[in-house]
Design a binder for this molecule. Structure first.
Ligand SMILES: NC(=O)c1ccc[n+]([C@@H]2O[C@H](COP(=O)([O-])OP(=O)(O)OC[C@H]3O[C@@H](n4cnc5c(N)ncnc54)[C@H](OP(=O)(O)O)[C@@H]3O)[C@@H](O)[C@H]2O)c1
Length: 291
């Protein structure tokens, strides 16, 4: 069996590589599965020639595709690049997967939803993205859905040991500033990459198909998330202050959904385990980053 991973140096990609080394035997007991993990400089998914060159050379049975242009605000001002990577890149991989009869897992985002729902989004809710990033990722979902054997994993508020993320930003700013402001009117579910990577590999190993929301359990606001990081590091109350999105200055170029909590209904109904509470997994990450 041959497995191709895109975006291998991203924060999620790095933890998929780590999790795969641990779970190798689940994929083809007794035989060594081949695993080709490529970063952007080894496979630029926005290049049709590169995608086809790699895919028809390697002939993967499974394509795991977390690579994406994830800079949400920059996508707003450069939609061509957002669509080239997130939509067209996924389309090229989907074309190759169809020709090779491969299984494809695409990683998508909570930002496909508009956030106006007053309860958590289930997999069967209708997407209505507010931003270029969200629309380009939804176009990627449509491309992935054209592959007969595919899974789409939507996740949210991703943080891990590798790469840039909110946890690292908050930890740095806490040292530099007297206090920090975070919005209290955007809620979601923080998701830590070791938990997400494990669940993605479980879905791949079982060749599950369909849409899956995969986030850590529980939800919070960005204010609550930052306050938890501050508390884990021993800072007292008052270090993190709540603010409304409307009061952010300057406003951010890309609108964010006010509610992007994803109900992991498909995991639950399939009898698959849910991810741990975000606070427990965040605590493990903060401890690791502290050392
Ligand atoms: N971060 C979040 O909060 C969040 C939330 C919901 C969903 N997601 C989704 O989760 C997935 C993983 O996100 P992440 O947080 O791990 O993001 P990340 O750290 O930015 O990783 C994305 C990876 O994709 C690579 N990439 C960018 N353009 C590429 C291209 N043209 N060809 C090949 N690779 C390319 C990046 O390489 P370079 O770094 O070298 O550019 C990076 O290694 C993405 O699909 C994202 O849409 C993320």
């Amino acid at each position: 069996m041959r497995i191709l991973l895109t975006g291998a140096s991203g924060q999620l990609g790095q933890d998929i590589v780590t999790a795969f080394e641990r779970r190798r035997d689940e994929f083809q007991p007794g035989k060594k599965p081949d695993f080709l993990a490529l970063s952007r400089d080894q496979l630029d998914v926005s290049s049709r020639d590169q995608v086809f060159g790699v895919c028809y050379g390697y002939e993967p049975d499974v394509i795991i595709h977390p690579a994406a242009w994830t800079k949400v605000d920059e996508c707003e001002t450069n939609p061509d690049k957002a669509y080239a990577v997130n939509a067209c890149g996924t389309n090229y991989l989907a074309d190759a997967a169809k020709t090779l009869n491969a299984y494809m897992l695409y990683v998508s985002t909570d930002y496909v939803f508009d956030g106006y729902k007053s309860s958590p989004y289930i997999e069967w809710d209708t997407p209505n993205p507010l931003s270029v990033y969200g629309r380009s990722k939804l176009a990627g979902e449509h491309a992935a859905a054209s592959v007969p054997f595919h899974a789409i994993v939507r996740t949210s508020w991703v943080a891990g040991h590798g790469g840039a993320n909110m946890v690292k930003t908050v930890m740095k700013l806490l040292e530099e500033r007297d206090n920090l402001q975070f919005v209290e009117d955007q809620i979601g579910s923080p998701t830590l990459t070791p938990d997400l990577a494990d669940k993605i590999l479980e879905i791949v190993a079982a060749r599950l198909t369909g849409i899956f929301h995969v986030t850590n359990s529980g939800s919070t606001s960005w204010y609550g998330f930052a306050a938890e990081i501050a508390s884990l590091l021993g800072y007292g109350e008052g270090k993190i202050l709540p603010i409304k999105t409307a009061d952010l200055f300057p406003p951010r170029p890309a609108p964010r959904p006010a509610n992007s909590v994803l109900d992991n209904m498909a995991l639950r109904t399939a009898g698959l385990g849910l991810l741990p509470d975000w606070r427990d997994s965040l605590s493990a990450l903060v401890n690791r980053l502290k050392d």
